[in-house]
Design a protein around this ligand. Sequence first.
Ligand SMILES: *[C@@H]1O[C@H](CO)[C@@H](O)[C@H](O)[C@H]1NC(C)=O
Ligand SMILES: *[C@@H]1O[C@H](CO)[C@@H](O)[C@H](O)[C@H]1NC(C)=O
Ligand SMILES: *[C@@H]1O[C@H](CO)[C@@H](O)[C@H](O)[C@H]1NC(C)=O
Length: 177
Amino acid sequence: MKLSIFITALASLTTFTLAQTINRTQTNGWGSTPSQRHYINHTQALAVVQAGINRAIEIGVPQNIAVLDPSAWLIAFVHMDNAFLGSIDISQKKAKTSVLYNGIPSIALQNRSEPGGDIYAIQETNGGTVVFGGGQPIFDPSGYFIGAVGCSGGTVAQDIDVAVHAAQAVGTTITAS
Ligand SMILES: *[C@@H]1O[C@H](CO)[C@@H](O)[C@H](O)[C@H]1NC(C)=O
Ligand SMILES: *[C@@H]1O[C@H](CO)[C@@H](O)[C@H](O)[C@H]1NC(C)=O
Ligand SMILES: *[C@@H]1O[C@H](CO)[C@@H](O)[C@H](O)[C@H]1NC(C)=O
């Protein structure tokens, strides 16, 4: 892919969230360096995991729940009893996908990454990203992007539901339409 096309694709990814109230330049978006980022801490990450577990129990679907910081390091993870083993990797890659694109929900990439879409095969990059739902950004109460949570174990709708509940344990997330 030519660099210019790639930049155009990346720029259009950000339009997904322009309508949101979050200022992405200020909150770990374009141009941020690691020292400018705001990081989820392990207390918050555990709260996110616990809220995800609670929601998974409520809907009766065991989940894998992964929390990554804005540099894509794994901070907390749980494999709930009887959750799919294959979803351990998927949960982490969903969160990674959200982090790698400055806090988009992973589902935002879905239709455009299908054959014929302008970012087709983006899922093959970065050692594998996940372009369906269940990866959600986490914004703290001040609006800073502090990490992402990835949930996998049920249907995509269930995974998104659990991830949204999980993220809201310490702040807010973006609800993808
Ligand atoms: C977002 O934050 C950046 C950096 O602080 C600032 O320069 C810019 O004006 C802000 N944009 C809006 C729309 O508030
Ligand atoms: C983690 O962050 C929360 C929210 O800012 C804060 O209340 C808490 O003291 C922090 N915990 C640790 C161990 O730093
Ligand atoms: C993908 O979905 C969004 C939101 O529903 C829509 O605006 C956009 O046109 C779709 N893109 C493609 C390539 O289908």
